[in-house]
Each structure stands twice: as C-alpha cells, then as structure tokens.
Design a protein around this ligand. Structure first.
Ligand code: ADP
Ligand code: MG
Length: 316
C-alpha cells in the first residue's frame, strides 16, 4: 500500500482502472487469484519454464512528457514484453507498479485504454501491481512461458552463424524526432508510441536461432551484448542493414535504439527456414552479417573499410 495517497483514493484507483484489464484472459493463463488479493496465484503449464522480466519507464527519460496517457501505457507494457520475445517466450501476464503525481480521472481512463489495447492484442491479463504517489513512473513486470530448456539467450552464437534482423532500424527514433519537432501526437501506428513486438517471429525461432536479443539500446550495442555473451566477434555489412525510408543513416543514427526488433543468429543451414518464417509472419528478416571468432564487432562499408560502432544509448 502506498504511503502518501490516501487509502480510499488508492483503492478507488485500483478498482476503477486496474482491476479488470484483460480479465477475460485469466482462465486461459491459469491465473487462479488475480488483482484484489494479497498476491496473484498462477498455475503454470506443465513441461514449460517461466520467463520473467521487468522494466521501468520514467517520464522525461523513457517517454516524453507530452505524449498521451494511452500511448504511455501501451508503450510501457510493450517494451517490457519485448524481452520475452527476445527469449522466444509466449507472454502470459503482466503486473504494474505505478507512481502517480495526482489523481486525474481523465488521464487514468486514457491510461487504462492503453493497457486494454495491449492486453487485448496479446490476450494477456493484468494480474497485480502497486499504486503510489510520486513522480510519474511506471514499472511493468511481464511473465510468459517457453518449452523446457528452449529459451533463446544471448549465449549461443557460434563462428560462421548468420546474423539476422527483423523489420528495420530507425523508424522509432524518426517518429520520436517528428513528435518532438511538430508535436505530432496523433501519429497512428507510430513505432515509437506503439511498438509492435515480434512475438509471431520470435516464437518460431525456438530451435532455429542460436542466440537472440531485442534491439532496445541500439543495434550495435545490442549485437555487442550477443558477442560478449557468446564469446564471439561479428562482421556487419553496412549496406545490408535495413533502414527506415531506405535512408542512409549514420552509425550513430542506426544505434539510437527504441527499435524493438529481434536481432538473432542462426546456423547457415537454417536460411530457408528463416525465409519461410518471414513469409508466414509477413515481417522482413534480413541477413546483416556473420559471427566470427574473436571478440571484435566490425562494421564493413561497401568499399571494404572497417568502422567502429558507437556505444548506443547510455543509461548513466
Ligand atoms: P497490499 O497492501 O496488500 O500490497 P495493495 O492495496 O497495494 O495491497 O493492492 C491491492 C490489490 O490491488 C493487490 O492485489 C495488488 O496486486 C493490486 N494492485 C495495486 N495496484 C495495482 C496496479 N497499479 N495494477 C494492478 N493491480 C494493482
Ligand atoms: Mg501493495
């Protein structure tokens, strides 16, 4: 229970805005006790393993102050879910710890709308959380399942594996710039405001990808995480990186992050299978490079020059 919000109001907020988001999906996910009790109780599916992740979104850091409450809600849940996609997991539930500056019914009902949008898209319920008063901060925990021992990690890339990327790079940061510049808050289907997580592709990568990560902090930085995790190096071919509006982006621009695409590696033998997944899911999947021995990540220009990647989004 949050200190600083009077109890009555806190309970009113929980009841009105957070108690029935996605409640139609409780049963199919084995949620025995949802919002309203001391804790949620879940009956996990047999033969599966739990995959859990948590992300905090803070005003002015992870989202612009000016964006609407429904987009803030959608984006906060969506980017938390992206880590489950990177593991090849199927999402099952989420919780929400929110700190609010004031009781604003209009803002809260818009926020609820965004929660409901993502909840209905993925058919997952909100199963618990915490509500306090303070600077606007949103922490979303997500849970899902994967076949025992099959979760994709950053650790399995091998020399000779091909590096693949879903979708393209730079759309979200382009949208973010447009929003800042022109106050285009009604951008429909913006990849910044409403990133669509690649669950369709990612669950089919189980048994196909040797490693995977979601591109949140920047393409090269996230590739580097795979290389460090797998103790390998990488060659990336600059002209093969698919970019928004086919623009020739600088390395810094390619490394701004917020793309929420899946970067993964796979044995060459899986090329046809990956083409099929791309076709079935109607999401482009491009080969952008090769894993090699060593520990260097090198970006190779069409002229054959080697470039060094910048470090991407830095939290501190
Ligand atoms: P407690 O004092 O036992 O922690 P709370 O008053 O904090 O109980 O919460 C009461 C119930 O409401 C719990 O089931 C909790 O999970 C749920 N809850 C509180 N805040 C949220 C929220 N923002 N989103 C979803 N569920 C919430
Ligand atoms: Mg509590």
């Amino acid at each position: 229970m949050g200190k600083g919000v009077d109890n009555l109001k806190e309970h009113q907020i929980i009841k009105e805005y957070f108690s029935d988001v996605g409640s139609a999906y409780l049963e199919e996910h084995g949620i025995r006790v949802p919002v309203g009790d001391d804790a949620a109780v879940i009956a996990p599916p047999k033969e599966k393993e739990s995959v859990i992740s948590v992300d905090t979104s803070i005003k002015g850091v992870h989202f612009l102050e000016s964006i609407g409450a429904s987009d803030i809600a959608y984006r906060s849940v969506s980017i938390a879910l992206s880590d489950l996609a990177a593991c090849g997991a199927t999402p099952s539930w989420f919780t929400l710890a929110i700190s609010l500056e004031e009781f604003d019914p209009m803002w809260l009902s818009n926020f609820k709308k965004g929660l409901e949008d993502i909840s209905h898209e993925l058919k997952i319920p909100l199963i618990g959380g915490d509500t306090t008063k303070g600077n606007l901060s949103i922490t979303v925990q997500v849970g899902g399942y994967v076949e025992k021992g099959k979760a994709l990690t950053r650790k399995g890339a091998k020399a000779g594996d091909v590096i693949y990327l879903t979708g393209l790079i730079g759309e979200a940061s382009y949208d973010l710039d447009s929003i800042k510049k022109d106050n285009l808050l009604n951008l429909k289907k913006s990849r910044y405001l409403r990133p669509e997580i690649r669950f369709g592709v990612s669950r089919k990568l189980i048994g196909v990808a040797s490693s995977a990560i979601d591109v949140s902090d920047g393409l090269f930085q996230d590739l580097n995480h795979i290389c460090v995790g797998s103790k390998v190096g990488a060659n990336v071919f600059l002209q093969k990186i698919p970019t928004f509006l086919s623009k020739s982006l600088s390395l810094d621009e390619m490394n701004r992050g917020d793309d929420y695409e899946i970067l993964f590696t796979s044995d060459k033998a899986n090329q046809q299978r990956i083409k099929r997944i791309s076709k079935e899911e109607k999401i482009s999947i491009c080969e952008i490079g090769l894993i090699k021995k060593g520990d260097e990540v090198q970006i190779i220009t069409p002229e054959g020059n080697f470039l060094e990647a910048s470090s991407g989004y830095q939290h501190f």
